[in-house]
Design a protein around this ligand. Structure first.
Ligand code: SF4
Ligand code: F3S
Length: 103
């Protein structure tokens, strides 16, 4: 599962679609954690899509990640500022790739 303490254990190394990327990253195999309030571990995500389908406020966008060993698509939390902390995405992700930090 995603490390709930990634903000302490990882370093911000980049920004994509307005969200912080937490490293280390080494594309295309290692893509890090994307987002802060709504954080998706791209190295755990298998592109299931339940999070994107279920989010009531459309926080996520598909992004292509060709060459990644787990899946060639991921969900960018591009509108994480819209999140209402319902926790649906956290509950439905089959691989626990998402961390939402209320407050
Ligand atoms: Fe969307 Fe709810 Fe997940 Fe926030 S916690 S990103 S509102 S599904
Ligand atoms: Fe990925 Fe989990 Fe969503 S596998 S696409 S973060 S439901």
């Amino acid at each position: 599962p995603i490390d709930p303490n990634f903000e302490t254990n990882c370093k911000p190394v980049d920004e994509e679609d307005g969200v912080t990327v937490w490293g280390p990253v080494d594309p295309p195999e290692k893509l890090g954690i994307h987002g802060t309030h709504v954080a998706v571990d791209f190295d755990i995500c298998i592109g299931d899509g339940a999070c994107l389908e279920d989010c009531p406020v459309d926080v996520f966008s598909w992004v292509d990640t060709p060459g990644h060993p787990e899946s060639e698509v991921k969900v960018q939390p591009a509108r994480e500022d819209q999140c209402i902390d319902c926790m649906l995405c956290v509950d439905v992700c089959p691989v626990d790739a998402i961390d939402v930090d209320p407050g």
